[in-house]
Design a protein around this ligand. Structure first.
Ligand code: B16
Ligand code: MG
Length: 226
């Protein structure tokens, strides 16, 4: 059984864990869906959280019954267009956009000698960390272009663990999406789920919001739950 004293490192999802870029993804996808005649719904928007760019487009096309309508090249044009719009929307983000509790937790990790890496499906993660001013808090970032499978496959968390050079039982992964919690658990790391969507995938540890993340809460959760 994993104990708190075994833990040496943390793998972080980005969107929904460190900052809320979901609203910008949603706005950019919503505009694209409207352009191609797919009716948007909040439910569709929340299903796209944590899902890779092309998989997100495929889900939108399926929701509109258009799964066979476009060639691969046309789909690449759509995803490029969405990304251009998304990159425009994230230009204004600053350290003030770091979610509550996260800056304090990253400081706790640094002073406690813990190491951390990023397991985000977003190809824009390096740019976002830079704008937030926290790049140096992470040993490395998994390059999503190197992945064969998206979350809930464990590959991205396994690679984030490899960056830390730690065994899965020495790592806690943080996620807000149910597919992400499944990926962490399948990688053998301990999952800390954040928020209601993450809870549905039964993480070993859970907090309602990022404001509750701290080493003391994690230690208490591991004593009680694992
Ligand atoms: P990009 P995460 C995910 O980030 C987002 O939640 C998801 O909405 C987005 O489609 C995906 O990254 C890819 O992002 O288009 O910027 O490469 O939650 O894995 O940090
Ligand atoms: Mg996320």
């Amino acid at each position: 059984m994993v104990e708190f004293s075994d833990i040496k490192g943390f793998t972080f999802d980005l969107d929904g864990v460190i900052t809320d870029t979901a609203k910008f993804h949603e706005q950019a996808w919503h505009d694209l869906a409207t352009q191609i005649g797919v009716t948007w719904s909040d439910d569709l928007g929340s299903q796209l959280k944590g899902i890779s760019r092309m998989d997100s487009l495929n889900m939108i096309l399926s929701a509109g019954g258009q799964q066979n309508k476009y060639s691969d090249d046309e789909k690449l044009t759509f995803t490029a267009q969405k990304n251009t719009h998304y990159v425009e929307l994230i230009q204004g983000i600053t350290p003030a956009d770091i979610l509550p509790g996260v800056t304090a937790f990253l400081s706790e990790l640094k002073s406690g000698g813990y190491i951390a890496s990023i397991a985000s499906a977003s190809k824009n993660a390096p740019k976002i960390l830079e704008k937030l001013g926290i790049t140096d808090n992470f040993v490395g970032i998994v390059d999503p272009a190197t992945l064969s499978h998206g979350k809930p496959d464990p590959e991205i968390f396994t690679k984030a663990g490899d960056i830390l050079k730690l065994d899965p039982n020495q790592i806690i992964g943080l996620e807000d999406a149910s597919a992400g919690v499944e990926a962490i658990k399948a990688s053998g790391q301990t999952a800390l789920g954040i928020g209601l969507a993450a809870k549905s995938a039964s993480p070993q540890l859970w907090v309602a919001s990022t404001a509750e993340i701290s080493l003391a809460n994690i230690a208490a959760g591991m004593r009680n739950n694992l």
